[in-house]
Design a protein around this ligand. Structure first.
Ligand code: BGC
Ligand code: ZN
Length: 367
């Protein structure tokens, strides 16, 4: 069967390859699930993998099948599978367990080992192919009523985890009742984080460069949040208008902006970083000011990566509620379909060149 792969270490090596169709017996104990791939989303991580900045092939292989944002339909299940059945729509988690205690309890996203295993990213093949097999544990059911939001499940899981982590960490305050949040960046993670925070009842300002009205501002306002263009309103001016936020989620992909967020969060507040910055940029920061202000304000900086099954499940619930509250808005994120695995070059071109492409995804097969 067809698969889209790269040769890690070689820039711009994305290519079509032929691999064997997986079988249920590759998973022990009758717990395998065979999924027919319907759609796969790609993001900046795939671009960085193709730039050879990131990612490794499984041991013994030269190529890595990419794609970690999956959406498919169950074709067959092993005899002991309970959670899903043929015909169900599903997505799959990305990280697979290493050996730490966190991995042993199903929280692979929190592994304490330096090496991590991620399908389509690091040391495990991904989903940009026709079929995949995985253990029931890593397969998450998607309600049929959400199939029009297909590849958003995985990015949503990362947004859900980031915000859940912030709330968990803020239990240190005993009485944390956040009211005001900033989300920096209006890419897929920023927009989905905006949704999660709106559904938690916060007032949300989603901040990006471009001047509205544009698609991003339309989506943000469609979720009853406020879109702010830093070209029109610099961050410092916004803070003067709104007061300092209780929470800032950075999803810009810019380490400079991630650090800048530290200058604006309020006392007892939290900044969550979600960007995967593959480069080696250096930025000058007002370190004395930040240091003083953070100590005097009991502030917290948190990094959040990946997501486990519980975040997929809560993310899917939020997508379902969000789709009811704001009909038609979330589907607007799914801007750029590419038809068929054969069109992998167009997929990569959109990812690299088209700044307006909010979400590039491949239509791999029909139901
Ligand atoms: C993926 C995450 C992954 C992270 C780091 C992101 O693009 O969505 O699942 O953990 O990259 O590799
Ligand atoms: Zn991703």
């Amino acid at each position: 069967m067809k698969a889209v792969a790269v040769t890690p270490g070689t820039p711009h090596s994305v290519h079509l390859t032929d691999i064997e169709k997986p079988t249920l017996d590759q998973v022990d104990d009758g717990l395998g699930v065979l999924v027919k791939v319907l759609k796969v989303g790609v993001d900046a991580t795939d671009r960085e993998i193709n730039d050879a900045l990131y990612g490794n092939a499984p041991t013994g292989d030269k190529h890595l099948v990419i794609g970690h944002e999956s959406f498919g339909i169950v074709e067959a299940v092993g005899p002991n599978v309970k959670r899903v059945k043929p015909g169900d729509f599903v997505t799959a988690t990305v990280r697979r367990p290493g050996g730490s205690i966190y991995d042993l309890i199903g929280t692979n996203d929190m592994t304490s080992e330096e090496t991590y295993y991620e399908r389509g990213i690091n040391l495990r093949h991904g989903f940009l192919t026709e079929y995949f097999v995985d253990e029931e544990e890593y397969i998450v059911r998607v309600p049929a009523g959400l199939k029009h939001l297909h590849v958003l499940m995985e990015p949503m899981s990362c947004a859900a985890k980031a915000i859940h982590q912030a709330y968990e960490a803020q239990r240190r305050m005993k009485v944390w009742r956040p009211k005001l949040a900033y989300v920096q960046g209006a890419g897929q993670i920023g927009l989905l984080a905006t949704l999660v925070l709106k559904l938690q009842g916060l007032e949300v300002f989603t901040i990006a460069r471009g001047e509205g009205p544009n698609l991003k501002s339309e989506i943000v306002e469609g979720m009853e949040a406020t879109y702010v263009s830093t070209k029109q309103t610099p961050l410092a001016d916004l803070v003067k208008q709104t007061g300092k936020p209780d929470l800032i989620v950075d999803a810009t992909g810019s380490s400079r902006l991630a650090f800048e967020a530290m200058e604006h969060v309020g006392h007892n507040g939290v900044v969550v970083w979600t960007g995967i910055t593959g480069g080696d940029k250096k930025t000058e920061i007002p370190s004395d000011n930040i240091n003083l202000d953070w100590v005097l304000g009991n502030k917290l900086l948190l990094g959040s990566v990946n997501a486990n099954r519980t975040h997929f499940e809560s993310g899917i619930r939020d997508l379902a509620l969000g789709d009811m509250m704001y009909p038609g808005v979330l589907a607007k994120i799914l801007t750029n379909p590419v038809d068929g695995l054969d069109n992998y070059a167009e997929m990569m071109r959109l990812l690299v060149e088209d700044d307006d492409a909010l979400k590039v995804f491949v239509n791999v097969a029909d139901e």
